[in-house]
Design a protein around this ligand. Structure first.
Ligand code: ATP
Ligand code: MG
Ligand code: FE
Length: 342
């Protein structure tokens, strides 16, 4: 099964050719970060226009690098949502056009299912498993009892963790995206500024990061009012320690309570050094099998969309050509029907 996958949910234009949901023949990523940096974040209108500009070229490159002719393809997959509606539309229109022109089925694919199935590009998955999703727009614990069947057992009630990183970075004076800067500083810092841990109700798998973000802003502002330079590295380390402790603790508890056989990590914040180190050592101690994709499959890419689309294709086939981009697309509704597996 050869799938050409298109991803345009945010600020990466990406096209990949993936074989059998796990073998990446090509994965072209055209990033718009430089364009958006001047604005301190992604500007939706600009993102859509940039996707249009490069789409054709990225498709051609993906086919050329894979050495695949369109007629060899089984299907065309595309991120249907969630994401920026204008950005999604560019990918969806491109995918529909190709599906029509090449006479291939279309597979509307869920972006977060893609992030999760990025793990399939590097390892065989065992079920049931648990995924910690940590991206720019999502922070979730997702349980999969069977292939392609998703159940969200915990989610953020306010900011996503990547978003919190970016806001904290901005308050410390770093450009967008600030996550990597905070990560580097946190590891260089001699000591941590004390910051709260937000656990929510006992037993809850939900997250909250806005209170922590406000605590950081308070520390920064108090220093400034006293005419002092804020202890930037100490704050970064305190923030990272608080985030990592809560994420790791809840992820491990979720694995235990569901009898999961693996813990998967995904999303751009999976690149975080502190989080990776803490998860690796904790999972080793607890004898939990941990999978972490390499950074190129953690941030937005089309190979992960090809991996998720393959699962959908195997269990429920293609999507009608009149499907529409859905900025609020639900992961649980996108799940493959349980009956198709039993
Ligand atoms: P979503 O998939 O939820 O729509 P997204 O795809 O835009 O969001 P990603 O590309 O997965 O998000 O991740 C981007 C986020 O990852 C940014 O917020 C960025 O700051 C953060 N990030 C990247 N590297 C690191 C790091 N080393 N430490 C912390 N955060 C990081
Ligand atoms: Mg991005
Ligand atoms: Fe993403």
């Amino acid at each position: 099964v050869l799938i050409l996958a298109i991803e345009t949910s945010c600020d990466e234009t990406s096209v990949a050719v993936v074989k059998d949901g796990c073998e990446v023949l090509s994965n072209i990523i055209s990033s718009q970060i430089e364009t958006h940096r001047a604005f301190g974040g992604v500007v939706p209108e600009v993102a859509s226009r940039k996707h249009v500009e490069v789409m054709t070229l990225v498709i051609e490159q993906a086919l050329a690098e894979a050495g695949v002719h369109p007629q060899q393809l089984t299907a065309v997959a595309v991120t249907q949502g969630p994401g920026l509606v204008g950005a999604l539309l560019v990918g969806v229109v491109a995918a529909k056009s190709l599906a029509l022109a090449w006479n291939k089925p279309l597979i509307g694919t869920h972006h977060i299912a893609g992030h999760i199935y990025a793990n399939r590009l590097v390892a065989e998955l065992k079920y049931p498993n648990m995924t910690l999703v940590v991206s720019g727009g999502h922070t979730e614990l997702v349980s999969m009892e069977q292939e392609g069947v998703f159940r969200i057992i915990g989610r953020t009630r306010d900011d996503a963790v990547g978003e919190a990183y970016d806001k904290v970075a901005r308050s410390l004076g770093f450009p967008y995206p600030g996550g990597p800067h905070v990560d580097r500083l946190a590891r260089e810092a001699a000591e941590a500024v004390a910051l709260p841990r937000v656990w929510l109700e006992p037993g809850s798998y939900d997250f909250s990061f806005s209170g922590l973000k406000s605590a950081v802003l308070n520390v920064v502002n108090q220093s400034k009012m006293k005419g002092l330079e804020p202890n930037v590295a100490g704050i970064a380390r305190g923030f990272q320690e608080s985030v990592v402790e809560v994420l790791v603790e809840k992820a491990i508890r979720a694995v235990r309570s569901t009898g999961s056989r693996q813990l998967l990590l995904c999303g751009g914040v999976a690149a975080n050094g502190g989080l990776r180190a803490a998860l690796i050592s904790r999972c080793e101690a607890e004898k939990i099998e941990l999978i972490i994709p390499p950074p190129v499959y953690c941030t937005d890419n089309a190979a992960m969309i090809g991996a998720a689309a393959y699962v959908k294709w195997q269990h429920s086939g293609g999507t009608p050509l009149d499907m529409v981009a859905d900025p609020g697309f639900s992961l649980e509704e996108w799940s493959v029907p349980v009956a198709s597996i039993e």
